[in-house]
Design a protein around this ligand. Structure first.
Ligand SMILES: *Cc1c(COP(=O)(O)O)cnc(C)c1O
Length: 234
């Protein structure tokens, strides 16, 4: 057993307790909420510390940084999720090196990821990102365009459409947080009613994970609460 970093272990315990408390308040099984540790800007050693405490799912935003970390951590049984914006010239490496992609918001990107997914790997697990707050400058498909994009993604052989992802406009108002997540839940339910076998709502970060879980999040993406404040933005 590798030695455990006590700060990492304590932070992980706090985050897991927050998840469990919110799930129980929502009448849900805490095991139905997956914790995705967002390790962007933190090095391989920090990921290794958290892995030693039993955390295995990690999310990364920047391809080059992620590939370096993956190479340094090849000895560990980790599951990697790409959660950043996706440029066309990065799709091949993403399709080759990740199990999940959360930020798909265009047919063209989905088609490239599908075509470039290596035949020896299972389909790439995909969440479509929705621009739930309607911010002009932000990624994510508009709610009105979601059904058409979901149908297109679901038809691609190299991808498996699992659900939806959102990064709502930040707010400390709990009711406003819940309203955005509730809208995501409604979009998710609507796609299921249209016949999509979705099981994933990727929503909730360090500041709003409780609101997300109350509205049905199945993956929360947590960076700051696990690793501390990020000292630079890549
Ligand atoms: C950085 C990031 C997170 C984690 O945010 P924290 O507030 O640090 O928990 C979650 N999701 C995405 C898409 C991110 O880019």
């Amino acid at each position: 057993m590798p030695s455990r970093d006590s700060t990492a272990e304590a932070r992980l315990r706090v985050v897991r307790a927050r998840i469990a408390r919110a799930a129980i308040a929502a009448g849900r099984d805490p095991a139905g909420v997956c914790l995705l540790a967002v390790s962007k800007t933190f090095g391989a050693a920090a990921v290794r510390d958290l892995a030693a405490c039993g955390q295995h799912e990690f999310g990364e935003n920047y391809l080059r940084e992620a590939l370096d970390k993956q190479a340094a951590l090849r000895d560990l049984p980790l599951m990697w999720h790409f959660i950043g914006p996706i440029q066309s010239n990065k799709t091949r490496a993403i399709a080759e090196h990740f199990s999940w992609v959360h930020g798909v918001d265009r047919v063209k990107i989905a088609e490239r990821l599908s075509a470039q997914r290596p035949a020896g790997l299972p389909p790439l697990q995909v969440c479509i990102e929705v621009n739930v707050s309607g911010e002009a400058s932000k990624g994510g498909v508009a709610a009105a365009e979601l059904p058409a994009l979901a149908a297109a993604v679901a038809a691609l052989p190299g991808l498996r459409l699992r659900g939806l992802m959102a990064i709502p406009a930040p707010t400390s108002d709990g009711e406003a947080q819940r309203a955005a997540f509730r809208k995501m839940r409604e979009l998710f339910d609507d796609l299921r009613a249209r016949g999509h076998a979705l099981d994933t709502l990727s929503m909730g970060m360090s500041g709003d994970l409780e609101a997300a879980i109350l509205e049905g999040a199945t993956i929360v993406r947590i960076g700051t609460a696990l690793f501390g404040e990020r000292t630079y933005l890549g």
